[in-house]
Design a protein around this ligand. Structure first.
Ligand code: PPE
Length: 306
């Protein structure tokens, strides 16, 4: 996936050149995946660059860190300010923002508590996550042979680096089989989510999405789509979704910061509806885009000016 590197990375309180933001190979995170992170987007709105739901993302970073007993040596306000500072320092009007907190270099062995908590924020230009035609035409996906994280193993509500070992398996299998993405089921066999995105189904005009108990990440785009759909008087339920409901849906779409709202046109080579993005997906996407572009009023206070 093509990306545009930037000039400066914020690391432990200061901005430094992209190539100098390095860590030691014996940093705890390299061996044990002890990181938590976020993915946030800044949009070039009519009123200037603005970050989408920045405070909610930073809050989720702190939630993820709390689950892992990882004390982040900054406040929410400080990291909100640091994200804005990093975007500004790099001169982007629109970009992707990646804050990461991790256990650094200090001790060896599993217990991370003897290692410092390092925090970095990188920004880069990131285009269409599942390919350039994805947003317009939809993507072809498979149900993964890999199951999402079992409860009581890796906590899915934490956006932790370690969870993405599972996501990598889902993603690589899908690509090897010629699909753009994989949808994983939970340990009960119900639909969970994609390797890096939440999922919505539409049938007879009603919208459904798997609940938090289906080992999903509580997506901020997911929460926003639920708000926008209800504003349009569409019915949305968070409910357990059997695999076969994917085949019978009229419309299916992914949501996520990187993927935004991306329609799914087939699952396991079975066409979803007529195999093109449907009217409900288009309406929700238009409402979402109108906010991100600044065309619509920011009635929910979702945009933080840079
Ligand atoms: N589920 C997973 C597993 C996930 O990684 C993401 C975001 C979501 C759902 C959607 O969450 P939200 O962005 O809050 O709406 N995935 C991030 C990482 C992508 C990557 O490849 O790295 C993202 O979209 O930024």
């Amino acid at each position: 996936m093509a990306f545009t590197p930037s000039k400066l990375i914020w690391m432990n309180g200061k901005l430094m050149p992209w190539d100098e933001a390095r860590i030691h190979v014996l940093s705890h995170v390299v061996h044990y995946g002890s990181s938590v992170f976020e993915g946030i987007r800044c949009y070039d709105t009519r009123r200037g660059p603005a970050v989408f739901r920045l405070r909610e993302h930073v809050r989720r970073l702190f939630d993820s860190a709390k689950i892992y007993r990882m004390p982040i040596p900054y406040s929410v306000d400080q990291l909100v300010a640091a994200c804005l500072e990093t975007v500004k320092a790099n001169g982007f009007r629109a970009c992707y923002i990646r804050p990461v907190a991790f256990r650094g270099y200090g001790d060896v062995g599993l217990n991370p508590q003897g290692c410092p908590v390092d925090v970095a924020i990188a920004v880069w230009g990131w285009g269409a996550y599942l390919g350039s035609e994805a947003l317009e035409r939809g993507v072809d996906v498979q149900v993964s042979s890999w199951t999402r994280l079992a409860p009581n193993t890796l906590p899915a509500m934490a956006k932790a680096g370690a969870n993405y070992a599972n996501s990598q398996l889902i993603k690589m299998e899908a690509l090897a089989n010629g699909f753009a993405e994989g949808i994983a089921l939970d340990t009960q066999g119900y639909v969970s989510e994609g390797s890096g995105e939440n999922l919505f189904l539409v049938r007879d005009g009603k919208i459904a999405t798997p609940p938090l108990g289906a080992s999903i990440l509580p997506g901020i785009t997911r929460a926003s789509v639920i708000v926008l759909a209800r504003e349009m008087a569409l019915e949305v339920s968070e409910e357990r979704v059997p695999r076969e409901a994917l085949y019978l849906a009229d419309e299916l779409f992914f949501t996520g910061t990187a993927v935004e709202i991306t329609p799914v046109r087939s699952v396991d080579r079975i066409e979803v509806g007529p195999g093109r993005p449907g009217p409900v997906t288009k309406r929700i996407d238009a409402a979402f885009r109108a906010i991100l572009s600044g065309e619509a009023d920011d009635r929910h206070g979702w945009l933080e000016p840079v």
